[in-house]
Every structure is written in C-alpha cells, then in structure tokens.
Design a binder for this molecule. Sequence first.
Ligand code: A4P
Ligand code: MG
Length: 185
Amino acid sequence: MSSDSSADLNADLGADLGADLAEALLALGGNVGQVRETFDRALAMLCDGSEVRLKTRSSDYATPPWGLEDQPPFVNCCVAVETKLTPQTLLRRVQTVEHALGRRRAQELRWGPRPIDIDILDYDNIVLAGGDLTLPHPRLFERAFVLVPLAEIAPERVIAGKRVRDALAALDTAGINRLPPRPIP
Ligand code: A4P
Ligand code: MG
C-alpha cells in the first residue's frame, strides 16, 4: 500500500473490488421493530464498499405473512450486490449482520417473526446443495414476497432456467403493496 491515508486506502480497496467480482441477489425481510430502518442499517453494514458493493435496491413492499400466517405483516425488499467474497463468506457476513441487528435464530419459530432475515437468492448462477448454503435459494420461486421486489430490479434475470418475471406471473401477489419512499430526514 503506497499511503496510509484513509482516502488512499478506500481507493485501493475499490480497485481490488474490480478484480474478480461476482453478482449476488439478496432478499431482505422482517416483521419486528422498525423494519425499513433495520434494512438501511443492514445494507450499510453489509455493503462496506470494499468487499461488498450495493448495485441496486428495490422498493420496500408490505407483504402478508407466508408460511406461518398468524403473525404481523412483513416488509420485504431485494438488492443486487457486487462482491469478491465467496458464497460461504457472504453467508457468514449476512448472518453476522442479522445477529448484530437482533436476530436470534435459536429463539425463533420456523417462518416466524424476526427483525431481519437475509437470504442469498443467487450468486452468479452457481448451483450448490448439501452444505449450509443452497443456491439458488430453494424456496425462491414459491414466494411472491421475494419475486415482486426481485422483478423490480432484475425482471429478465434467468435463475435455474426460469425468468424472474415469468416466475412471478405464476404466483398470487394479493396483498403485496409497494411502500412509498420515505422522506429524507
Ligand atoms: N441457508 C441455506 N441456503 C441459504 C441461502 N441461499 N440463503 C441456510 C440464506 N441462508 C441459507 O436460515 C436457515 C439456514 O438456511 C441458515 O443457517 C443457512 O445456513 P434461516 O434464515 O434461519 O431460515 P428459516 O427462516 O428457518 O427458513 P427459510 O426458508 O430461509 O425461510 P425464510 O425466508 O427465512 O422465512 N413472509 C413474508 N411475507 N415475508 C418474509 O420475509 N419470511 C419468512 C421467513 C416467513 N414468512 C415470510 C417471510
Ligand atoms: Mg432465511
């Protein structure tokens, strides 16, 4: 490193990021606390601009609870990021962020209430199964709360042979509503 100034450090990290970049699609959801603010914090923690860079963020959507219906509505969004992390390292990073923002898996019901959940939907079309990471996300195509925001940012993307907008057309989107942008504080 040629200099110890933080500006130069960031410039060097930015240059590194350009080397071997993958694109990952992530789904964020939550229904406990101020979820939209939690999304902002999650993305600020996750997308440090060096190892993970935010490319596109969908609108936030209010969505009816899926899987376990007797719980408050969720807020969901999707993002595209560029990263030089491996898929497994990205998974550890998102789980660290979830934990920092109050998610406690051991105390949750499956598909139950949570302050934040971050799923990796796709990572450069890699197929993985059997370990602690399945790619693409196995329940992606069952979930309008994922496909509605994903279709906003990547309608033509083909994942596991299915175009996102076509997969969305096969699902019931009743009750899913785009939330207006929040005023800038
Ligand atoms: N894991 C494997 N593959 C992946 C991947 N591609 N991305 C493993 C992320 N994690 C992956 O995760 C359990 C384990 O899955 C992790 O340890 C990781 O090693 P989890 O987040 O605790 O999973 P879960 O909640 O039990 O199940 P699942 O199917 O991921 O469900 P969700 O999506 O987390 O369900 N309704 C609405 N409207 N909106 C929602 O956001 N969310 C849920 C939670 C239920 N209903 C919802 C929503
Ligand atoms: Mg999950």
